[in-house]
Design a protein around this ligand. Structure first.
Ligand code: SF4
Ligand code: MG
Length: 314
């Protein structure tokens, strides 16, 4: 996938010129049925844009999304309807943007009405059932969004996704706004539901500890590209990419003794309007050589399932 956004403003001497933010560049992710894939990166790394492109909410500038080997762009209306039902999104505080005067039961019922699922009584039954699934009570259906805590609202966000009986849920920073104790409750519930309902999760976060806990596989993003991808255990046992090592080094008390090299990053993430040539990480990488400034490192599979984009690893 590639995704560019046009921006207008002053670039150099040109006022009112148009430039492009390269939000996602040549990202390729395969999601296996029943797994949790964690997509990690700092803010602005393109991880949310990748998630939204997969859902078709922010269509990719180039590239394809395949669902069960079918190109989503070539789907018939009926296939598209199924795709929209099968792939759901959960994001940070999903109820903050919704109508505060609508009761929860009504909000949860809405997607069922849109997809013409069941009659009134069946839909209500479904709403009660899904509230219990996420650890709430049927009577919560009659309450309003402001009557719920942040943790409960995230349960409701999950309920709204689950009510469609999805196959895949894209979770974009679902616990980032919550206290640590509430975070672990929600993560545990997500893990349990994933197993029970055989869900596939794409879990997007900037939080290394969260992604380690929840994911089977992890992709590390920097400036719109995947730097490294591996099974969670392999990645934490032996991170290979300098950026991954830097990210891990930044987590307090984490792997301090086991991490062979600690890399402390200096400087800011460069602008995605004019990303660095060659390896996009070269302006901050302590190992950068001349070739890093000119040649884009290919993504190589160095061990089964462990992929790295770095000249050093070649
Ligand atoms: Fe560093 Fe070069 Fe590897 Fe990029 S390709 S991470 S600049 S060593
Ligand atoms: Mg984001």
């Amino acid at each position: 996938l590639h995704k560019q956004f046009p921006v207008y403003g002053s670039f150099g001497k040109l006022w009112g010129a148009k430039a492009y933010v390269n939000a996602v560049t040549d990202v390729s992710i395969q999601l296996y049925e029943g797994e949790t894939y964690g997509l990690v990166g700092e803010s602005g790394s393109g991880k949310s844009t990748t998630g939204r492109a997969i859902l078709g909410l922010t269509p990719a500038s180039q590239g394809n999304v395949l669902y069960r080997n079918r190109d989503v762009a070539a789907m018939s209306r009926e296939e598209m309807r199924k795709f929209r039902k099968d792939v759901q999104l959960v994001f940070q505080d999903p109820f903050s943007s919704l109508n505060p005067r609508k009761r929860i039961g009504r909000m949860l019922e809405e997607p069922l009405i849109i997809h013409k699922m069941g009659d009134k009584a069946e839909r209500q039954e479904q709403v009660f059932r899904i509230l219990k699934t996420v650890g709430l009570q049927p009577e919560h259906a009659f309450r309003f969004p402001h009557e719920f805590s942040g943790g409960q609202r995230q349960r409701l966000g999950l309920a709204r996704a689950l009510i469609m009986n999805p196959k895949i849920i894209v979770c974009d920073e679902p616990v980032s706004a919550l206290d640590v104790s509430i975070q672990s409750q929600i993560l545990n519930m997500l893990k349990r539901l994933q197993q029970e309902l055989k869900l596939t999760l794409l879990f997007i976060t900037h939080d290394i500890s969260v992604v380690r806990y929840i994911s089977d596989r992890i992709g590390i993003m920097y400036l719109g590209k995947i730097m490294e991808e591996a099974l969670t255990d392999d990645l934490f046992h032996e991170p290979l990419h300098p950026y991954t090592k830097a990210l891990f080094s930044a987590v307090p008390d984490f792997n301090r003794s086991r991490l062979k090299e600690r890399i402390i990053l200096r400087g800011e993430i460069p602008s995605p309007i004019s990303p660095p040539s060659g390896c996009v990480f070269h302006t901050r990488c302590p190992y950068a050589t001349d070739v890093c400034k000119t040649d884009i490192p290919a993504v190589r599979e160095v061990r089964p399932g462990h992929k790295v984009a770095c000249h050093l690893v070649d």
